[in-house]
Design a binder for this molecule. Structure first.
Ligand code: FES
Length: 182
């Protein structure tokens, strides 16, 4: 009897162990299954980032208004320029610029009024302030970087301060009322 009880006991323990291990494993797999998509979302691979696009509905974007969006984890500024801003951008002697580019070269044909630029200062990467915030736009009416005082004009071209180049223009296209960046 003692022998049978012992055997039964061992079996019982073994079974419990197995059940516990199975339960822990299932929980582990479940947790992993939950974590993997999260991690993938938090740290997309370079390939995923390179392929990702940002779509914005610009139908409600009125003259003088801006949208701040995110493109490949970085800020992007979209602004429908006013006629004064376009005029100011076109009045500049392009050859005198540090990074010579016309407004037309920085926008799409037929959409010169829509400025799309990365919100990343080309000096050391701070996020400039712009018309979107209604804050200090700097001397040139475009964007101002508070970190070390770079001033960008209404076409987001560098005009004063340490930044070496204009705010970058990402690849983008416009179809109807949708702006596709990337
Ligand atoms: Fe913008 Fe230095 S990071 S001026």
């Amino acid at each position: 009897n003692a022998e049978v009880a012992e055997v039964t006991g061992e079996d019982g323990v073994r079974r419990r162990d197995f059940i516990e291990i199975a339960a822990v494993s299932a929980a582990g797999v479940g947790a992993l299954a939950t974590l993997v998509p999260l991690v993938t979302q938090m740290s997309p691979s370079a390939d995923v980032l390179a392929e990702s696009t940002t779509e914005l509905d610009i139908s409600a974007l009125e003259v003088g208004q801006s949208i701040k969006a995110v493109f490949r984890k970085q800020p992007v500024f979209v602004r429908r320029l006013t006629s004064n801003e376009i005029e100011a951008a076109n009045a500049v002697d392009v050859d005198s610029l540090r990074d010579p580019q016309t407004l037309a070269e920085r926008t799409l044909p037929g959409h010169e009024e829509l400025l799309v630029v990365m919100g990343v200062c080309t000096h050391l990467g701070c996020v400039p302030l712009g018309a979107a915030e209604g804050e200090n736009k700097g001397e040139f009416g475009g964007y101002f970087c508070p970190c070390h005082g770079s001033h960008y004009d209404t076409a987001a071209r560098i005009r004063k301060g340490p930044a070496p180049t204009n705010l970058a223009v990402p690849e983008y296209s416009i179809s109807d009322t949708t702006l596709v960046i990337g």
